[in-house]
Design a binder for this molecule. Structure first.
Ligand code: ZN
Length: 344
């Protein structure tokens, strides 16, 4: 059995984005209640720490960090039409960034093989100088930057299976060959970025991989994209640590997304990442909650991911034998990446 660290804290319920806002405190409550019911003896609960200001500033401009901090003195502030603060947002967002760092540190210290961080607000839309799409600080990007700049790692893989493109994460590492960013997402869709042609720039060219997919794609297409495109690239990259932006809004029940991923699909994607981690980096991986707005889908999918993290890495991976609808997209992605990566 793998030991899994689980970062969980009801203080993540304190950020309040507004009445009828889909990114609501209950998202964290259902995830924590699910995890407490698992009864896994090898699941170790961790209390998150706050991210230090210097850690936030690994990915964000200091004047932007100060602007978010200032909202603690305001009843409400609006960063964009979807992204609102309450007086506790600053503290909660700092704790969200710190929660992923807590998970990373538990794995680096060898206290756990892998980890899941149940955090909110989510992070992958947050830019260096801007909040957007329910996100304030880019939790996963900050963890990746900390792994490289504070812990001396050379290569970190970020896999983002949230239904939305993680434009913030992509932009932060767009010119870096040290962070390979791979995203599966609905397209065209919010936030509008994430085309096949976006492959990175400068020294980072080839280190951004997007799989934009039309609504209605599900497990078969996702797994085919992993098997034929993402896994081959990731194996050549040989990450020293794997981070997953684990949004559950590509689930078929999600009210915002239009994709059809099931619990079995999340399990199968997690198994692939776990296999990759076992091959490349001693199993070191951390998944962090991003989106996901149907409470039942969140709990059911989160359970599959957390249970799978606890299983041995040598469980068989059944390769996708369906999903032909994604093949033209995979082939075009391979075309854009053929200078940088080999495909069988
Ligand atoms: Zn999302």
């Amino acid at each position: 059995m793998n030991r899994t660290a689980l970062v969980a804290d009801r203080r993540y319920m304190k950020h309040y984005a507004g009445r009828v806002h889909p990114e609501r405190p209950e998202r964290v409550a259902v995830m924590i209640e699910m995890a407490e019911r698992l009864g896994r003896p090898d699941l170790k609960f961790y209390v998150p720490r706050d991210a230090a200001r210097a850690e936030l500033e690994l990915c964000h401009r200091s004047d932007y960090v100060a602007a978010v901090e200032h909202t603690a003195t305001l009843e409400r502030a609006n960063f964009d039409p979807d992204t609102h603060t309450s007086p506790d947002t600053w503290k909660t967002a700092t704790l969200a960034a710190g929660g992923v760092l807590t998970a990373v540190e538990a794995v680096l210290a060898g206290e756990a093989h892998n980890a899941f961080a149940i955090v909110r607000p989510p992070g992958h839309h947050a830019l260096a100088n801007r909040a957007m799409g329910f996100c304030f600080f880019n939790n996963v990007a900050i963890a990746a930057a900390a792994l490289i700049r504070n812990h001396g790692l050379a290569r970190v893989l970020i896999v983002d299976w949230d239904v939305h493109h993680g434009n913030g994460t992509q932009e932060i590492f767009y010119e870096s060959p040290q962070v390979l960013y791979m995203s599966t997402h609905q397209f065209p869709f919010y936030p509008g970025s994430g085309t096949l042609e976006e492959i990175g720039a400068g020294a980072g060219t080839g280190y951004t991989v997007n799989v934009p997919m039309p609504a209605s794609f599900g497990d078969d297409e996702y797994l085919r994209a992993f098997d034929d495109l993402l896994m081959p690239i990731a194996r050549q990259f040989k990450p020293e640590f794997i981070l997953i932006s684990s949004g559950f809004d590509c689930h078929y029940r999600d009210p915002l997304g239009g994709m059809r991923v099931t619990e079995a699909g999340f399990l199968a994607m997690t198994r692939r990442m776990k296999r990759l981690a076992a091959e490349c980096c001693g199993g070191r991986m951390v998944a962090a909650l991003e989106g996901g707005y149907d409470l039942k889908a969140l709990a059911d999918s989160g359970r599959e991911v957390i249970e799978e993290l606890g299983r041995e890495a040598d469980e068989p991976v059944a390769l996708a034998d369906n999903g032909d609808r994604v093949t033209p997209i995979v082939q075009r992605a391979q075309y854009f990446h053929q200078q940088f990566w080999k495909f069988d």
